[in-house]
Design a protein around this ligand. Structure first.
Ligand SMILES: Cc1ncc(COP(=O)(O)O)c(C=O)c1O
Length: 394
């Protein structure tokens, strides 16, 4: 299936001039605009469409191909409900429930799964209740803990970058009274590593049975190994697990904001009390269409994995090893500090992933279009053969 890409045509027309334009923005302004990071000061100006289009955006684990035609058409049709509060919504909750073989009462929608991760924090954390999780991982849950004026008990990854399941169990038991919930990201962002199904079973079975476990499956659809499986069946067993899913990655709807959790009716009820966001009419119909377009999802998965593996092979040929990834991104060990390298890419109009302490000699690269990956590969060669640009250790 071929997805339309309106961006690339414009990039060829205005690319060079626009890239020069973005270089007048400070690195923090540009990062804030592209990566949606909060910043203390308002930017001097907003980024123009041409500037945005000219950037190779391989920093945010987005889906570079955009929604397939079936999803776009469904959303265009749903625009007619743009003036309503109540409207037919394509039965999105029931469609998600059917998709997973659960009941509608097990499903809670959110404006992106990020909203729901925050809601889990609001539901189970307070100044006396902390979150236990791996480090590094997707940081939003830990940031939310800081906002709630509590802490994260962070368990380092193993030397091969897998999540340390026995240590997560041990830390939770040790801090049982002060733990609100346990967070695991599977596959993990930023490493792309999975928690094998055997180890997930151990985690779920060995944690105290009343301990909520938030399992973030944002990158579920890109996994290609029988060692992994979704944790949704644990919800059906009645365990206090919360599975977070998003339409931002495989379904390319990051800008439209739609995610959901599958959990027990009791946890769903508790979480609902803390929700403030609402999901719009248009993306509900887009979500229903996305669930049905399995061919489009398969095509995105195939293209993503092929480009990821080709890029990883190319870097290996240059002497740089990557962590085996099951996501639409990977981490390469660059053998030098990552911050100047990120800046060097930005100076070439390429946004790569942010730093993930303590892995400060690893660069996270999201999978973009073939053209974007070509620009990455060319820039990588330039940056890594000029020692001054990136503070090489030689
Ligand atoms: C692991 C993980 N979880 C959740 C999210 C949030 O995604 P969204 O709010 O777009 O659904 C992201 C976004 O990058 C992510 O990487």
């Amino acid at each position: 299936m071929d997805f339309p890409n309106p961006v690339s045509r414009r990039r060829f027309l205005g690319g060079a001039a626009a890239t020069a334009g973005i270089l007048t923005l400070s690195p923090s302004e540009l990062a804030a605009m592209i990566q949606g990071q909060g910043q203390a000061q308002a930017p001097r100006r907003t980024i123009t469409e041409a500037e945005y289009d000219a950037i190779a955006k391989i920093g945010n684990n987005e889906n570079c191909w955009g929604p397939p035609e079936s999803v776009t058409q469904a959303m265009i049709k749903a625009m007619k409900y743009g003036n309503r509060y109540g409207y037919p919504d394509g039965n999105i909750v029931q469609e998600i429930a059917n998709h997973h073989g659960v009941k509608a009462e097990n499903v809670l929608l959110g404006a992106g799964s990020g909203e729901l991760l925050d809601v889990v924090g609001l539901t189970f954390l307070n100044p006396d209740k902390k979150v236990v999780g791996s480090d590094p991982s997707y940081g939003s849950v830990y940031q939310q803990a800081t906002t709630i004026k509590t802490e994260a008990i962070r368990v380092p990854l193993l030397p091969d970058y897998r999540q340390d399941i026995p240590a997560l169990i041990k830390a939770t038991k040790l801090h049982y009274r002060e733990t609100g919930f346990v967070y695991v990201c599977n596959p993990n962002n930023p490493t792309g590593q999975i928690i094998p199904k055997r180890e997930m079973k151990k985690l779920v079975e060995e944690l105290p049975e009343d301990m909520p476990i938030l399992i973030d499956e944002a990158y579920h659809h890109f996994v290609d190994t029988s060692d992994y499986e979704t944790s949704v069946p644990y919800v059906l067993e009645g365990r206090p697990v919360i599975i977070a899913r998003t339409f931002s990655k495989i379904a390319a709807l990051a800008g439209m904001r739609l995610g959901y959790v599958i959990t027990t009716p009791e946890i769903a009820r508790k979480m609902r009390a803390h929700q403030t966001g609402t999901v719009n009419a248009v993306v509900k119909w887009g979500g229903v269409a996305a669930l049905k377009d399995t061919a489009a999802m398969e095509s995105v998965k195939k293209k993503t994995i092929a480009l990821r593996e080709a890029t990883v092979r190319d870097l290996k040929g240059l002497g740089y090893e990557s962590i085996p990834s099951h996501g639409n991104f990977f981490m390469v060990h660059i053998k030098r500090p990552v911050v100047p390298v990120i800046d060097a890419f930005r100076a070439k109009g390429i946004i790569v992933g942010r730093p993930f302490p303590p892995m400060l000699e690893h660069l996270r690269v999201s999978i973009g279009t073939e053209e974007e990956m070509g620009r990455f590969s060319k820039a990588f060669r330039e940056i890594f053969t000029t020692t001054s640009a990136a503070g090489s250790k030689g």
